[in-house]
Every structure is written in structure tokens, then in C-alpha cells.
Design a protein around this ligand. Sequence first.
Ligand code: FE2
Length: 282
Amino acid sequence: MSLKIEPLGDALGAEVSDIDLSKPLMEEDIAAVKDAFLDYHLLCFRSDPLAAEDFSAIARLFGEPQLQLIRTTRHGEVPEISVLDSTYKNADQKPADFKLNRKSGWHTDDSYFEVPAKVTLLQSIEIPKSGGHTRFCNTRKAYDDLAEEEKRRIDDLKAVHAYDTMRAPARAKKRTKEEEEETPEVVHPLVRTHEENGSKAIYFNPNRTDRIVGMERKDSDALLDWVNETITQQKYRYDHEWRMGDLLVWDNRCLIHSVNVDFPVGQTRLHQRILLKGARPQ
Ligand SMILES: [Fe+2]
């Protein structure tokens, strides 16, 4: 095996080096990468920005790409790629209170779909000189650490996920009529079991989870606030400081993420993203 895999911290994540993503990979390297992905939940490949076709080919090692909801960001030639430009074009776009930038809210990608994306691949194409880190929390570790009684309390609960919820501090992107019709409320288990290794993780999206099914709003909010505090503790967290071309692959089934939106106005922050088809959370 030619590549190297090293942990990025105690909470989650590993860095994969000595690998050229623009060339076909050896079978044993692919197998090692897939094993590491299940163990670490996030892999960082240090790379140069990849051509769209090469990026798509890497994504296909992990699963099947799916089209993303928002049409305007789709790549012209490879539509499963979304090109995400988070640059502040002018000072008005940068809120004084970062909570008002939707990206700063913790979330797991696309949980408002009945069948959310299992994996996200995100590669930086251009990065600002400072700030803009993407932060992650390990909700599998958070679940594992719960007391048995706490696990029993939440194990069988179901939660409603919506495109937007008033629980989130910032409002979601506007949808077209067509996009609205594609995104009715959905119900997911609050604790989900990973299809590939049977592990359990808390499946909570602070930007999209609106309420617990069958609970009064007050009680539901109190429980979700507790879940939120529990899973975002420092010990479950890894902050990724981007280098140009870094390609992150992460598991949406057991991680949540958010962005440190404190980057300078006028410096380009550009990523390409692919989401992989998942299974209905169980
Ligand atoms: Fe995201």
C-alpha cells in the first residue's frame, strides 16, 4: 500500500496522503480508504483542485452521486457537482451576528429529504486567507457516551425534519415552487443505525429538525436543546482549516457540520460538492 492514513484528532477524521487522485487508484488503496472512512467518518485528501470528471470519479468510489436540490449551483457539464460560492461580495453580505448566516448553523446535509445523502464530498477550489473553517461533530461518539438511561429515553423517538424550522437561528435559502414541492416535511428516527457497520448515532439537524413526533412543543424543544448541547461539545469536535485543493469526504449519518463564517469580505471562497445517495434512515 502506497498511501498513508493518519488521524486528524481525537474526535473524528483522518488525513490521507501519498495519493494522486487524478490517477486511477490501486485496489488495495481503495479498500484501505473505504475502511478508514468507516472508522474515522471523515477523510481529508490533500490534493490540487480536481477537474470535474476526476472529482466525480473519486465520488463514485464511495457511492452513487445524486443531483442536488438547488438548480442554480449545478455544474454545467457534470450536473451532480454543485459549485458553492460563499464569498462575501460586499460588506453588507457579512452579518455582524454570524448566527444569521445559515452556514454557521450545525447541520447534516439534506436531512429534509426522506432519503438524505449518506456522504458529502467537498473540495476547496479557492479559499480566503483566513477563517472559513468547516467544523464537524461526531454524533456517534456522543451517542456512545450517553448513560444507558439517556439512550433509552431517546432510542425510539422520531423527529420531524423540514426544509426550514424556526428553531434554526437563520432562514434557509428560498426555494422555487418546484423545489418546494420536492421538500415536504419528513420523519426520521432521532437515533439511527448505520447501514454499513450497525453503529448507532444521534441523527439531529439543528438547522432542520423541527420537533419530536408526539411531544408538546415545549418538551420537544427542551429535549432537542439538550441533544444539541450534548452533540456539539468540544470533545466531539474537529475544525478543518482548509488548504487549497483539500478534498473532504464525510459521513452524514454520524457527523454534523457548520462553517466558521468569519472570513474577509471580497476574498473568494469556492468549493465543489458532490452528495451520494443514501438509504432511508432506520
Ligand atoms: Fe452542509
